[in-house]
Ligand binder design. Structure first.
Ligand SMILES: Cc1cc2nc3c(=O)[nH]c(=O)nc-3n(C[C@H](O)[C@H](O)[C@H](O)COP(=O)(O)OP(=O)(O)OC[C@H]3O[C@@H](n4cnc5c(N)ncnc54)[C@H](O)[C@@H]3O)c2cc1C
Length: 303
């Protein structure tokens, strides 16, 4: 079948990868260059953040975990498996997505101020390496990427169109349930951190520290309805202060850059076929985490 995937973020590119391997003739159409997508900003730690429903997200996350773990043995992909800890100020039950992770353990010695935590190995995806790797894979399989903005999905000439437009689906699919959630990050030089650290419920705002080898992504923020994309210097200082308090090894790490992305949030991920259009968008703060699992389901829906 001839399939056009609209969107060249991590969702569109992963769907195209699975679809061409399944034997379809695939093209990717995108308004923005890959490096200008939200996906290029992602930290990108495997973690089911701001995405629902729980049962499907657990299934998609588990499938993606397995695929990213396989890719982590190939350095050219930019994927690595890194141990890390999520910390809490109060005792916690197991997370709802625990079944997606092999060997999730309790933190035996939470640092001062924390009462509990989970510890596990998670895929960390260096997006500036991974997205070009995906593009190379697609080019090798004969998939063309075309720069064009789509205004009418059914008018796209294809047997099936995959709508992987992230926040763009608000207009393209007339979906008023989409919300942009602004996220700001600061990149610093990696002082050689052994693992990632996450404190989603810090009273002053979420904190995550994701080492990627040469740099560390420090976050962050999650502001619903804010779609401004210029980094705020005062916000950057607050992010750095929280990250340095949690991970003191960052105290003298040189700042390398600032970035802002707008997460495509929705009350639940939309993954369904309507006529000749397969919708796959609304992955919130977990597009990387869900990408391979969702792409498998897109292939099934394309048929
Ligand atoms: C600061 C930050 C940190 C994050 N950290 C993580 C993380 O650690 N782990 C994780 O899993 N996720 C993380 N995310 C979330 C993740 O980035 C998103 O869920 C993911 O990028 C969504 O991918 P997407 O392909 O759906 O959308 P996008 O990357 O936004 O791509 C959408 C594509 O659709 C195209 N498009 C839109 N409208 C049209 C149109 N009308 N015509 C043609 N093309 C169109 C765009 O040009 C683009 O190519 C983070 C996000 C932010 C902002």
């Amino acid at each position: 079948m001839r399939v056009v995937v609209v969107g060249a973020g991590v969702i569109g590119l992963t769907c195209a990868h699975r679809l061409v391997r399944a034997g379809h003739r695939v093209e990717v159409w995108s308004r923005d260059a890959v490096q200008d997508t939200t996906s290029a900003i992602a930290a990108a730690l495997w973690y089911p953040y701001r995405a629902l429903p729980e049962d499907a997200v657990t299934r998609w996350s588990a499938a993606t975990y397995d695929m990213l773990a396989l890719l982590s043995v190939r350095p050219e992909t930019g994927v690595s498996l890194v141990r890390g800890r999520e910390l809490f100020r109060q005792r916690q039950p197991d997370p709802w997505w625990a079944a997606a992770v092999p060997r999730l353990r309790r933190v035996a010695d939470p640092p001062p101020g924390y009462a509990d935590g989970y510890e596990f190995a998670a895929p960390v995806v260096r997006m500036p390496t991974y997205l070009p790797w995906l593009l190379d894979e697609l080019a090798g399989a004969g998939v063309a990427v075309r720069a064009t903005a789509v205004t009418d999905l059914p008018a796209v000439p294809a047997d099936v169109v995959v709508n992987a437009t992230g926040l763009g689906a608000r207009e393209l699919a007339g979906d008023a349930t989409m919300t942009g959630v602004r996220g700001q990050v600061v990149r610093v030089a990696d002082p050689g951190l052994a693992g990632w650290t996450l404190d989603e419920h810090h009273p002053d705002g979420m904190v995550y520290v994701v080492p990627r080898g040469t740099d560390v992504v420090c976050g962050g923020t999650a502001v619903d309805g804010d779609e401004s994309t210029s980094p705020d210097p005062a916000e950057a200082e607050r992010i750095l202060a929280r990250c340095r308090a949690l991970v003191p090894e960052l105290a003298n790490a040189q700042v390398l850059g600032h970035a802002v992305g707008v997460r495509p949030a929705r009350p639940a991920v939309r993954l369904e076929r309507v006529g000749d259009v397969v919708h796959c968008y609304g992955h919130g703060g977990a597009g990387v985490t869900l990408s391979w699992g969702c792409a498998d389901e897109v292939v099934r829906l394309v048929g």
